[in-house]
Design a protein around this ligand. Structure first.
Ligand SMILES: [Zn+2]
Length: 213
């Protein structure tokens, strides 16, 4: 399994946009019937047919479990299991539309992003839409450095995370850390854009998830 944060290399100029950020779109999952309870699939982001990152998705009633390994460069890989709750709203013409509940801010969203350690919505990740056209690529690294300064860490995202500064509240620290990790993820993922655009591909491994619980 590829995992998130593994296999990325820095040093390429791209753009800090949502496309760099491992988007997971519930409409695609719904079309592929991944949301049906008991489904178990692997979702991959590929660049030129090479797997860039991958996660496992296990569907339960009203929730998905996203399962992957996460490693910030130079740090040991960590197994992550994140539960993301689902909501549904009725459609005007009948049926229901599904949504993610952002694990961080609890907003109802169609897309969550996997840059950084955990998935969350665009706003929580501080990401721009590509159509907004702003944000040159190293903007992500620069913004990460800004946060590093606040945290009293050595500049340069490749230096890895430091410790919580004395006197900083844990919640403040965690909020800064989430944003920092997101910027780092975007910055490193931009390397992939040199080779080709990131694309999500769906591969069904098993229909029965019982052996993975
Ligand atoms: Zn959010």
């Amino acid at each position: 399994m590829g995992g998130i944060g593994s296999g990325r290399r820095p040093g390429y100029s791209g753009r800090n946009t949502t496309e760099d950020s491992l988007p997971l779109d519930i409409r695609r999952l719904q079309r592929a019937r991944v949301l049906n309870p008991g489904r178990f699939v692997s979702w991959q982001w590929t660049v030129n047919d090479k797997v860039h990152s991958s996660i496992r998705i296990i569907a339960d009633t009203n929730s998905l479990t996203l399962s992957y390994t996460y490693a910030l460069r130079g740090n040991p890989a960590e197994a992550v299991n994140q539960t993301v709750w689902l909501e549904s709203t009725p459609c005007a013409l009948g049926g229901h539309r599904q949504w993610f509940t952002c694990p961080s801010c609890k907003s109802r969203v169609a897309v969550i992003y996997g840059t950084g350690r955990l998935f969350a919505c665009r706003r929580c990740k501080g990401l721009a839409y590509s159509c907004q056209g702003e944000s040159a690529d190293d903007r992500a690294a620069r913004r990460a450095d800004c946060l590093r300064k606040k945290l009293g860490w050595e500049p340069g995202i490749l230096n890895g995370p430091g410790l919580r500064p004395k006197g900083m509240h844990l919640r403040t620290y965690e909020r800064l850390l989430v944003r920092h990790d997101a910027f780092v993820g975007v910055s490193l993922a931009s390397m992939a854009r040199k080779l080709g655009s990131l694309q999500g591909q769906l591969e069904v491994i098993e229909a029965d998830s019982s052996s993975w619980r």
